[in-house]
Design a binder for this molecule. Structure first.
Ligand code: ATP
Ligand code: MG
Length: 562
């Protein structure tokens, strides 16, 4: 599929356009993105953000940001703040439409009381294990709780006492009275409230009973006037329950319409927040924003742009069936974007010294270099050339095979934007390792242009030693070396961690123009890939992250298939 092709409507857009045509909900379009603040957002959430905020934009509607903060034990303001930052960074804005499910705790309590009064909910004193044991199986009905037939007055009294903190955690819960024989397990007297003596990041110690996610979600949608509640496929089986709640509590014509779509799965990646939290807590990575993490903050630090992530979401599209996307497609998206926008510079990651013996000591000159061949407006800059240079170790071979088109003893190459040079002598240290190459340059080949029609095969990047900046450069590989790191329940996903996912190079040399780089600035280091300045970088201690190498495996595969 080419990105240029006119996109047809996805199935959710089709539904919305149909609803608009029929004047449903007074032709309002109101979506929401409902993260639980129990971790940082990842690339899967980005898909949902682009969908929900994108739909609102497209149809002149509204998208709420609602924190589903019903489980105080796992939630934290750190996560709330990071989620807001990441959504803004992606380029979306909820304006004044910021909500928290915890803002509705009082209302939800009243709804629960209403269900009790309608004899549709009861206080149960079975333990969690006992409830599970009585739940039955999809083909076998469950058993009724012995507390199911308590009278309304008793239930009201017990529920109030639950709220007052009179009972221990796990001793009492509020359950809906629906159908223990329903083929849908979620309808078998599901839990509405449980006791938790936990401090909540917003409501403090006001509550010791907390609503279940399932009891909060649909009602929150209703309260906010959501028209299209877009969520991932696993909630499809919860939909009848959400509709039952709304029907019993509100009994109106208006109902948020829940539409499920397939979540994003990426190969070589784990996306579960629980597992990402484990990687952070057990220090397999440096934090939620480690550049190897699939989190939005990790991708940002790695050098991904908001545009590249939005384009990725666009290319993968929205569908009803689960599938696994090749992580190479994500890498392709950032290459496409940076190819257009990133300035080209020269950097040497594993330097070897080169001395141009026929270039005068102490002198230097500035040569013109193109900033971005893809973008004329990016202009040119000057790079310094002198007698002492660095090239990449791997660009020289003493005893080279025929097809080696880089520098060899007696061979000639072009230094990009500079001159043709020939290597005349190889200097070695006492261990026999090459320490320096003595070369001569052809002054008539200035700008890297052949003076007499003679050809050289190789063009190398280089940096002038007296002008060079020192830097640390971090190269990344995939965090997992298995296509489906959490695909096998029997095998711990940690066993698939790639031991070589991070390589730190401490002695890198950069052209001086990079002194002006700012955090998150992105460059193409010629021949080496795309890099960005790390958030911990300082002028005294420059750190660059490699975002991606240049070779585009995804585009290559596409070509093969064509
Ligand atoms: P958990 O439920 O384990 O905390 P979660 O990833 O579902 O994890 P939420 O905070 O509930 O986290 O997700 C917020 C929204 O993002 C939900 O609407 C959810 O459907 C959506 N979402 C989560 N993961 C993905 C994914 N991989 N692809 C698309 N949407 C996702
Ligand atoms: Mg969830």
């Amino acid at each position: 599929m080419s990105e240029k092709e006119e996109k047809s409507l996805n199935f959710i857009e089709q539904i919305i356009e149909e609803d608009l045509k029929n004047g449903k909900n007074q032709s309002r379009v109101h979506t929401r993105f409902p993260p639980e603040p129990n971790g940082y957002l990842h690339i899967g959430h980005a898909k949902s953000i682009c969908l929900n905020f994108g739909i609102a934009q497209k149809y002149g509607g509204t998208c709420n940001l609602r924190f589903d903060d019903t489980n105080p034990v796992k939630e934290d303001v750190e996560y709330v703040d990071s989620i807001k930052k990441d959504i803004n960074w992606l380029g979306f804005n909820w304006n004044e439409n910021l909500f928290f499910a915890s803002d509705y705790f009082e209302k939800l309590y009243e709804y629960a009381v209403l269900l009790i009064k309608k004899d549709l909910a009861y206080v149960c004193q079975l333990s969690a294990e006992e409830i599970a044991a009585q739940k039955g199986t999809p083909t076998q009905p469950g058993q009724h709780s012995p507390y199911r037939n308590r009278n309304v007055q008793e239930n009201l009294d017990l529920f109030e006492r639950m709220r007052k903190g009179e009972f221990a955690e796990g001793s009492h819960s509020l359950r809906a009275k629906i159908d223990m024989a329903s083929p849908n397990m979620h309808m078998r007297d599901p839990l509405l409230y449980r006791i938790k003596f936990a401090h909540h990041h917003r409501t403090g110690d006001k509550w010791c009973i907390y609503p279940m996610y399932d009891f909060a979600h649909g009602q929150s949608d209703y309260i906010e006037g959501i028209t299209h509640s877009l969520c991932t496929l696993e909630f499809e089986v919860h939909r009848p329950l959400y509709e039952w709640f709304v029907e019993q509590i509100f009994g109106t014509d208006y109902r948020p319409r829940q539409i499920e779509f397939a979540r994003l799965n990426l190969n070589y990646t784990v996306m579960s927040k629980r597992k990402l939290l484990q990687l952070v807590k057990e220090q397999y990575v440096s934090g939620w924003d480690d550049p190897r993490m699939p989190t939005i903050s990790g991708l940002r630090r790695r050098g991904y742009t908001p545009t590249s992530i939005r384009n990725f979401a666009d290319i993968i599209g929205i569908a009803k069936r689960n599938n696994v996307i090749d992580v190479a497609l994500l890498e392709h998206s950032i290459r496409e974007d940076l190819n257009k926008t990133a300035l080209r510079v020269m950097a040497v990651l594993n330097p070897i010294k080169v001395t141009i013996t026929n270039y005068p000591e102490g002198e230097s000159e500035w040569l013109e270099a193109v900033n971005n061949p893809e973008d004329e407006a990016a202009g040119v800059r000057q790079v310094p050339f002198s007698r002492h240079l660095f090239i990449e170790q791997e660009d020289f071979m003493e005893n080279a095979p025929k097809k080696f088109f880089r520098l060899t003893k007696g061979g000639e190459v072009r230094l990009r934007y500079a001159y043709f040079i020939t290597c005349n002598e190889v200097v070695k240290d006492e261990n026999g390792n090459i320490s320096e190459l003595l070369c001569s340059y052809d002054p008539l080949s200035k700008g890297g242009k052949s003076p007499d029609g003679r050809k050289v095969k190789g063009t190398l990047h280089w940096v002038s030693e007296p002008h060079a900046l020192n830097a640390e450069v971090r190269l990344y590989d995939r965090l997992f070396n298995h296509e489906s790191p959490d695909g096998d329940k029997e095998v711990n996903f940690l066993t698939h961690l790639n031991p070589n996912s991070l390589q730190v190079l401490k002695n890198c040399k950069l052209e001086p123009d990079l002194a002006k780089a700012e955090i998150e600035d992105r460059y193409q280091f010629e021949r080496l890939g795309y890099f960005c300045l790390d958030s911990n970088s300082t002028p005294e201690n420059l750190i660059f992250n490699r975002t991606v190498a240049l070779r585009d495996t995804w585009a290559k595969e596409q070509k093969k298939e064509e």
